[in-house]
Design a protein around this ligand. Structure first.
Ligand code: GRF
Length: 208
């Protein structure tokens, strides 16, 4: 049985990408990263991939005259990569419906909060943690979920919690959550590539 191929989509530093790369290198995940696809030329995630000999491509929205042309270029890159699954790891563009339809239930995303809280349009990066602190929440965390047509609305695969401390600012909270993300995403990718995730309505059951 050939190992599953992944395309990891990024826009930034790539620490979540690195956590998946490292889990594969340790033999914990039996899969290969066929492509790292970035929406930005300057994403350090591309350097991480190149250092590991992983193919990279940049499909930047600013290079296309329309949303449709951009979505089509992203779809073509994904199909050309031969990826079985798509991992959004800090990817900051919305995926077009063409992609979500083509890769139904084969795309996962990691969000730095406990969905359905502090998620959706405009909630990304440190904006998430600022909102958590402003609201006065006492716990936060990370969520890995399937990607559907909404923003951060697909069925939840795994979640993990962290305490929010009185002395936290958005930087300290982000760092505590990110540390947990690096444990959570590889776990979810392992379950996904081993076929152990069964979607039942809004719920995801872990089998086997
Ligand atoms: C992470 O906090 C992730 O939850 C969010 O964007 C950040 C990406 O960080 N989607 P990195 O690029 O993986 O370091």
């Amino acid at each position: 049985m050939p190992v599953k191929s992944l395309c990891v989509m990024v826009s930034g530093g790539g620490s979540n990408l690195q956590s998946v790369m490292d889990a594969i290198a340790r033999g914990e995940i039996k899969a290969r990263i066929a492509l790292v696809l970035s929406s930005r030329e300057d994403a350090y995630a591309l350097t991480r991939a190149k250092n590991a000999g992983i193919p990279t491509r940049v499909v930047a929205p600013s290079s296309y005259g329309s949303r449709e042309a951009f979505d089509q270029a992203v779809l073509e890159a994904l199909e050309a990569s031969g990826a079985d699954y798509i991992i959004l790891a800090g990817y900051l563009c919305l995926l077009g419906g063409n992609i979500i339809g083509k890769f139904k239930n084969r795309i996962i995303n990691i969000h730095p909060a406990l969905i359905p809280a502090f998620c959706g349009k405009g909630y990304y990066g440190e904006k998430v943690h600022k909102a958590v602190l402003e609201y006065g929440a006492k716990v936060s965390g990370a969520t890995v979920h399937f990607v559907d047509e909404g923003t951060d609305t697909g069925p939840i695969i795994l979640q993990t919690c962290v305490p929010v401390l009185d002395e936290d600012d958005e930087h300290t909270l982000a760092a505590r959550v990110l540390e947990k993300e690096h444990e959570l995403l590889p776990k979810a990718v392992k379950l996904l590539t081993e076929g152990k995730l069964r979607i039942e309505g809004r719920r995801v059951r872990i089998t086997g």
